[in-house]
Unconditional design. Structure first.
Length: 382
């Protein structure tokens, strides 16, 4: 009986997959599902994602769309939560019958949704989730617009070693989820080659408001500098409390603060923070596609795009190129085509490695007087 039930479930899943693939091929439009935090404490990131996707799709539809059809974007709000990301992915696939998905922003949400993509055999391009395990679990249906945290952190460690050669002792503060833990573990591993020592490891739960206990322990740790792996909402609060208790350590941060909202919320308290990122208008002057994107985004929305907008713009561009390359609205064919996409992205020459991660150069930004500047231009600090 158990074997029969398993067989029936397998047949049912196969039927659903075949039905979904057929419906996607017969649809009047090319449907792409896009999910991310449209509400909640990461809503600014979701807004950037949506604006960038809308910008690219509007231009593509004006030029004729894809496969002789207009592109239809169906949005879903996961509020940055893994359980909502799962619900969003299931709804986009089963109810809306999308050809493929783009999302999410956070690592936990992206990872959770990737299991649905794998089970239902639907291509997914992660917009901003950097946790390494998203693309190391053997899931051939998931690709990623950002480089993984291991690459981001390794490049940041090299930057610190180059520009601040006397720093050897570090305090590390991080959000206790896949994103934060991934950053911490990657820093430990990458820093080992330079003899870096973690003298304080402090963590917090997402949504916490008071970080003074952790910061006071960091203050007493004897660290040369502080590394922080937070998203922009908590990161701005940390910065203000950092200043309030009189901490003056040099600060290095994650791509989670790579949004103007971090500067807006943190004010003067975030001046001097250096963070690793995938894109910044301050660091992409020599990339033609970046200049074009910035100009288009400013014309459409009246402001400069952040890293999340750039990652989303590249993600939807990859999706459209993959569908064109496949030549048909078939999920398996699109998946195979995505793996071979190469183009000039907003962040430079883009192609995927064998895991579905991009081969790109990362950036380091320093906030100076409320503005992003290229931190790689600062002199060595002896």
């Amino acid at each position: 009986m158990a074997k029969l039930n398993r067989k029936l479930r397998s047949l049912l899943l196969a039927g659903l997959l075949a039905s979904g693939a057929a419906t996607a091929a017969l649809a009047d439009t090319v449907k792409i599902g896009v999910f991310g935090p449209m509400t909640g404490d990461a809503a600014a990131m979701g807004q950037s994602e949506k604006e960038a996707v809308d910008l690219a799709v509007k231009e593509k539809n004006a030029a004729g769309g894809l496969l002789g059809k207009q592109i239809e974007i169906i949005y879903a709000d996961d509020a940055g939560k893994p359980e909502e990301a799962v619900n969003s992915a299931k709804r986009l696939i089963s109810k809306d019958e999308v050809l493929m998905m783009i999302g999410s922003i956070s690592s936990p949400a992206s990872l959770a949704a990737s299991q649905v993509a794998r089970q239902m055999e639907v291509p997914q391009i992660v917009v901003a989730g950097t946790a390494q395990k998203i693309t190391t679990a053997g899931n051939k249906w998931v690709f990623r617009s950002p480089v993984p945290d291991t690459k981001l952190v390794a490049d940041l460690v090299d930057f610190i070693h180059e520009k601040f050669p006397n720093y050897k002792k570090f305090a590390f503060l991080y959000v206790n989820d896949d994103f934060g833990r991934g950053g911490f573990e990657a820093f430990k591993k990458a820093g080992a080659k330079y003899g870096y020592e973690i003298v304080a490891e402090e963590r917090y739960a997402r949504g916490d408001l008071d970080f003074t206990a952790q910061l006071n322990r960091i203050k007493a740790s004897g660290a040369d500098a502080m590394i922080e792996w937070s998203r922009y909402t908590e990161g701005a609060l940390v910065a203000k409390q950092f200043a309030q208790i009189g901490l003056t350590l040099p600060r290095f941060a994650s791509d989670g603060v790579a949004t103007p909202k971090f500067i807006e919320l943190g004010g003067n308290a975030v001046d001097g923070v250096m963070f690793t990122t995938h894109f910044s208008p301050a660091t992409v002057a020599d990339i033609p596609a970046a200049k074009s994107f910035i100009d288009k985004y400013k014309a459409a929305y009246g402001r400069t795009p952040d890293a999340y907008a750039a990652e989303a713009y590249d993600a939807i561009t990859i999706a459209m190129l993959g569908i064109e390359k496949a030549g048909k609205a078939d999920r398996a064919a699109v998946r195979d085509a995505l793996a071979k996409v190469e183009f000039g992205s907003t962040r430079g020459a883009f192609k995927f490695d064998e895991k579905g991660d991009p081969l790109l150069v990362t950036h380091v930004v320093k906030i100076d007087a409320g503005k992003e500047t290229n931190a790689r231009n600062i002199p060595v600090q002896n």
